[in-house]
Design a protein around this ligand. Structure first.
Ligand SMILES: C[S@@+](CC[C@H](N)C(=O)[O-])C[C@H]1O[C@@H](n2cnc3c(N)ncnc32)[C@H](O)[C@@H]1O
Length: 191
């Protein structure tokens, strides 16, 4: 399975030791099917509506487990999830999903997000839950920069609220890229 640049970046950020991978909002299932060809022991896709599962099974068979439901709810029976991916949804929706499922966050080691649109409140929300972005990447797809953030439990070190809201690890690791991203967000009147 050849992944898009954005999904390849997400795949590259998944912890090497991860055994359980959850993809919330898998849609076309590209990440799930890629994962099925790797060494994960447990791969679960979650979608709000049923027909995505039928489409996936028609295309790829039964190589992963598919559950229908809202956000983290369908994995409430899991004692531990190594990595949860939530990509291609708006940042506000991602935050709502994590907020609604916050009792389950302690069972998760890593959360990778790539919002399709941003409201710049996710990092601050994650900080309130005791999480911080340990790695971030910017991906240029369709002439737009997408921010991919990997979160882990721990203390957020960025004290500047504006930088925190945009992409604190990009700011620290690649100032030039951060400035290009910020300028793009300003041109699109998002910040
Ligand atoms: C645009 S697709 C993203 C597909 C893929 N994750 C990607 O990044 O390319 C967003 C998907 O999220 C699903 N979705 C939206 N809200 C959801 C929720 N609360 N729980 C599970 N899936 C959800 C939608 O049905 C849709 O298929």
């Amino acid at each position: 399975m050849l992944l898009s640049k954005r999904l390849s970046c997400i795949a590259a950020l998944i912890d090497d030791q991860a055994q359980t991978l959850i993809d919330i909002g898998y849609d076309h299932g590209h990440l799930l099917h890629w994962a099925a060809q790797q060494e994960f022991q447990c791969i679960v896709g979650i979608e709000v509506t049923d027909h995505f599962a039928d489409r996936y099974r028609t295309l790829y068979g039964d190589d992963v487990e598919l559950r229908t439901g809202d956000g983290l709810g369908p994995i409430k029976d899991f004692d531990k999830s190594d990595c949860v991916v939530i990509a291609g949804l708006g940042e506000e929706r991602i935050r709502q999903i994590l907020d609604a499922g916050k009792a389950l966050l302690e069972n998760i080691d890593q959360i990778i997000v790539c919002p399709s649109s941003r409201d710049f409140k996710l990092h601050a929300f994650m900080r309130t839950q005791g999480w911080y972005a340990d790695q971030e990447e910017l991906i240029d797809e369709n002439q737009r920069l997408y921010c991919v953030s990997s979160f882990r439990t721990g203390r957020e070190s960025c004290a500047d609220e504006t930088i925190l809201s945009i992409a604190p690890r990009i700011y620290e690791c690649d100032r030039e890229q951060f400035d290009i991203y910020k300028q793009q967000l300003q041109e699109r009147r998002l910040i």
